[in-house]
Ligand binder design. Structure first.
Ligand code: PAF
Length: 276
């Protein structure tokens, strides 16, 4: 892959990159569309990164429809599909990792302590192999996007990192490869997460700035979804991911919940007062 990227760069081509773990849905396709617009060559990776799964998460049950994924990517104008094996990314003796201090232990990092270190390490490695000028990530994983932006800034990397809007099902549920795990009853209740976020956004638009009021409205919506136990409802700044009491700047309103039947972890967010 690296030699191919060098030859693209020597020909003056701008490489756009979308890293994925496969199981592509419309959300991924929107990232490919965005990256396609911004580049001469579009590279997508499929790598089910073991280091971002914590011990209790079942890496083996993650869907792996490789042929369907590659066809979808091709239809979106993907020029190169990079699908390395685990030992290509983590050869024997591998012992280096990248950590954006502090940010990875907030929000999702509380229940998934090593997750973001796994993400930053693999994304940095993929960046070094693919050598893109721009890379596109989904806004649903807002904490991931904020951490990766910080890594790019802190390590003086010359990559434009773009965050694309979350793509939703018609009932508002944020698209995710994990939605396929939901039972029919859980699937009916899952849009309540976005319903809560929307209500928080409406209150914000009307001038409400107290985080506790926005949290309360989200909780009220989630109470109508008894199959989803909230893991957190957090209202944080988009730089340090620290809780705010009064919304004054760009603010991330983030929710994570776990369903009781299939034990699926769902996350969603809205950003108020600007973008990440
Ligand atoms: O968002 C994802 O799918 C993954 O975290 C990523 C960025 C491909 C790294 O494995």
């Amino acid at each position: 892959m690296k030699n191919l990227s060098i030859s693209f760069m020597r020909s003056g081509m701008r490489i756009g990159f979308v890293p994925t773990m496969g199981a592509l849905h419309e959300g991924h396709l929107s990232l490919l569309k965005k990256a396609r617009e911004m580049s001469d060559v579009l590279v997508m990776s499929i790598f089910l990164n073991p280091t971002q799964f914590t011990a209790n998460e079942d890496l083996s049950k993650y869907p792996k429809p490789f042929d369907i994924d590659s066809e979808k990517a091709r239809r979106e104008g993907c020029d190169v599909l990079f699908a390395p094996q685990a030992d290509e990314i983590y050869p024997p003796g591998f012992r280096t990792s990248v950590q954006v201090e502090g940010l990875g232990s907030e929000l999702c990092g509380i229940s998934r302590p090593s997750h973001f270190q796994g993400v930053t390490t693999v994304v940095l490695k993929l960046f070094n192999i693919v050598m893109p000028q721009c890379a596109v990530f989904g806004g649903k994983d807002a904490q991931q996007a904020i951490i990766l932006k910080r890594m790019v800034r802190d390590l003086n990397m010359s990559i434009q990192l773009v965050v694309a809007p979350t793509v939703r099902e018609t009932d508002g549920l944020a698209m995710s490869s994990r939605n396929t795990y939901l039972t029919p009853e859980e699937r009916i209740q899952a849009p309540k997460i976005y319903c809560g976020l929307l209500n928080a956004g409406k209150l914000y638009e009307k001038g409400e700035r107290a985080a506790c009021v926005l949290k309360k409205t989200i909780l009220e919506c989630l109470e109508k979804a008894p199959l989803i136990s909230p893991e957190y409802i957090e209202i944080v700044d988009t730089v340090n991911l620290k809780a705010v009491e009064i919304l004054a700047d760009v603010t991330l309103v983030a929710v994570a919940g776990r369903t009781s039947q299939s034990k699926t972890r769902l996350i969603d967010n809205v950003v108020l007062g600007g973008n990440i």
